[in-house]
Write a protein that binds this ligand. Structure first.
Ligand code: PMP
Length: 398
């Protein structure tokens, strides 16, 4: 009898599983629109110039690699706060923000989840319907019951906003509400600023716990406009959580650079909250790694590198928009009757294309084009070389 004879096979992650199938596909014309990664027009993951400059300087300085504090690099945490709230924000002067460097956005969500489980052990977590697959799994693995609030409205390619608000109004106090601050994954459909104000008001009235997931800042309209949801919650005066990720905006996926920020009611609360966050970190992985955090801090804290980064980020954003337009226009030019124009208005890397599971399967089987069975495609993986193949394949399976 082996130690592991009773171990069952865990379900495959739907998106990473798709990658494995893609990698095993011998067809040279295959296209992977499954995974959420930005590729250049040449089909490569970019290493941003701003990152390269910061890395060169770091290599030349040859810093020792001692342990970081549990909450990470101070200059990094401050830079993240500046990015989220503006460096002159009264919140920062009042000591009302706690920030800890984390292992990507995922790590930020997990630290926050573990802390919240200690604070509100009986609370439920509400995620959007649909949401990023890992939201449910992650909060369930922190022992929360996860429920969904209405979000995507397939017929209008919009948001079921009234139903969403009504669901929020019905939740018990301390229910944790996970909100995509911009570039909703998987749908590409975001709330307007006015809708954010209404959501923040209900969260405040009902004493809900807003947890903003900000994994794509800079991919919709720019760093500043994409932070609008954060500012709306700041203005509402309530406490809330933000999980930041720099995986996409710095193209540093594998370096695991993110941050958890918590807006508290007062400075003394911040000290107590930080002590608990440090405890969660200490008992999970002790402290974060140095490289990615120091590179991001160098870029954000140097006016020159920051300007370079913003320009490169704008380049990524614009290229995605070009691909949205090209996809819609080329489908129409091909004589496709189905209306895809909504794809132009969606934001961020993803599009809920409206393709059904059967069409997605045919795309894969017959054309070597890989998309998620829900019809989610990563527009950031389209380029001038593969788009015609993708358009022809979509036209063929409709
Ligand atoms: N939240 C959302 C909505 C995401 O799409 C992702 C990345 N796919 C993350 C969080 C996690 O980001 P990271 O890779 O930095 O952990």
């Amino acid at each position: 009898m082996s130690l592991f004879s009773a171990v069952e096979m865990a379900p495959r992650d739907p998106i990473l599983g798709l990658n494995e199938a893609y990698n095993a596909d011998p067809r040279p014309t295959k296209v992977n629109l499954g995974v959420g990664v930005y590729f250049t027009d040449e089909g490569k993951i970019p290493l941003l110039r701003a990152v390269q400059e910061a890395e060169k300087a770091r290599l030349a300085a040859a810093p020792p690699r001692g342990y970081l504090p549990m909450e990470g690099i101070a200059a990094y945490d401050q830079a993240v706060q500046g990015l989220l709230f503006g460096k002159d924000s009264p919140l920062l002067a009042e000591g009302r923000v706690v920030t800890a460097q984390s292992l990507g956005g995922t790590g930020a969500l997990k630290i926050g989840a573990d802390f919240l489980k200690r604070l509100y052990p009986d609370a439920k977590v509400a995620i959007s319907d649909p949401s990023w697959e890992n939201h449910r799994a992650l909060f369930e693995s922190a022992n929360f019951e996860v429920i969904t609030y209405p979000y995507y409205d397939a017929p209008t390619h919009g948001v079921k906003f009234d139903a969403m608000l009504e669901a929020l109004r019905g939740y018990a106090p301390n229910t944790i509400i996970v909100l995509h601050a911009c570039c909703h994954n998987p749908t590409g459909v975001d709330l307007t600023v006015d809708q954010w104000k209404q959501v923040a008001a209900v969260c405040g009235e009902r004493k809900l716990v807003p947890f903003l997931d900000l994994a794509y800042q800079g991919f919709a309209d720019g760093i500043e406009p994409d932070g609008a949801a954060v500012r709306v919650f700041v203005e509402s005066g309530q406490s809330f959580f933000i999980a930041s990720s720099f995986s996409k905006s710095f193209s540093l996926y594998g370096e695991r650079v993110g941050a958890l920020s918590i807006v508290t009611g007062a400075k003394d609360e911040s000290a107590r909250v930080l002590s608990q966050i440090k405890r969660v970190i200490r008992t999970n992985y002790s402290n974060p790694p140095t490289h990615g955090g120091s590179v991001v801090a160098s870029v954000l804290n140097s006016p020159e590198l920051r300007a370079m980064w913003e320009e490169e980020l704008a380049g990524m954003r614009d290229r995605i928009k070009e691909m949205r337009h090209a996809l819609v226009d080329k489908l129409a030019a091909k004589g496709v009757k189905q209306d895809f124009s909504f794809v132009k208005a969606q934001r961020g890397m993803f599009s809920y294309s409206g393709l059904n599971a059967q069409q997605v399967e045919r795309l894969r089987e017959e054309h070597g084009i890989y998309a998620v069975s829900t019809g989610r495609i990563c527009v950031a993986a389209l380029n001038t070389r593969n788009i015609d193949a993708v358009v022809n394949a979509i036209a063929a399976v409709l």
